[in-house]
Design a binder for this molecule. Structure first.
Ligand code: AMP
Length: 181
């Protein structure tokens, strides 16, 4: 499955469970609040099932998940696929030797960091986050993975804000998303 079917009743149920919060964290941003989806056992499991199945064929060997909302789907998919998990974090959080990249966000600028031994040379890493908006965070994470000599097997998101064209920044990589707006 390359893209989750948006007419699938399971996807419709997930879409209905996601809360839109206007003007958060800044005026003009409609924040996709997934806490309403995650707090319900049924939609939580459904979302994790669909996300896992959407990216199984990419044959990842490591999940690289983006702080902090990306840790929930990333950790679940890693466990379901029986592979390891590596965190990408905001500056100053990782204790060991690390690499860092700055990126532009839908609302501001920031940096991401990864431990330099988080992935091995040649390893196929799947980058996971909750939401792809402009794609800046995911793009910077992909660059960190490649800088460490690993390859990007693809990207997986619970939610894609397709009108922001984030996937266009990901250099033709495989991008899987469950609920597309
Ligand atoms: P971006 O780098 O623009 O793709 O932004 C992605 C990151 O910002 C993700 O980690 C999301 O958690 C968060 N984010 C950006 N825009 C939104 C939004 N409208 N709703 C929820 N999260 C968002």
């Amino acid at each position: 499955m390359s893209q989750t079917d948006q007419d699938d009743p399971r996807v419709r149920a997930l879409r209905a469970a996601i809360r839109d919060v206007p003007d958060f964290p800044k005026p003009g941003i409609v924040f996709k609040d997934l806490t309403t989806l995650l707090k319900d056992a049924r939609t939580y499991r459904q979302a994790m099932d669909l996300l896992t199945e959407s990216c199984r064929d990419l044959r990842p060997e490591k999940i690289v998940a983006i702080e902090s909302r990306g840790f929930v789907p990333g950790a679940v998919v890693a466990d379901r696929l029986g592979i390891g998990f590596a965190p990408v974090r905001k500056p100053g959080k990782l204790p060991y030797k690390r690499r860092s990249r700055s990126y532009a966000l839908e609302y501001g600028t920031d940096s991401v960091e990864i431990h330099e031994d988080a992935v091995s040379a040649g390893e196929r890493a799947l980058i996971v986050d909750d939401v792809i908006a402009t794609g800046g965070t995911a793009e910077a994470t992909g660059q960190l993975v490649q800088e460490l000599g690993a390859s990007v097997a693809g990207f997986a998101f619970l939610v894609e804000l397709s009108f922001l064209k984030g996937r266009e920044r990901l250099g033709g990589a495989d991008v899987r998303s469950v609920v597309v707006y």
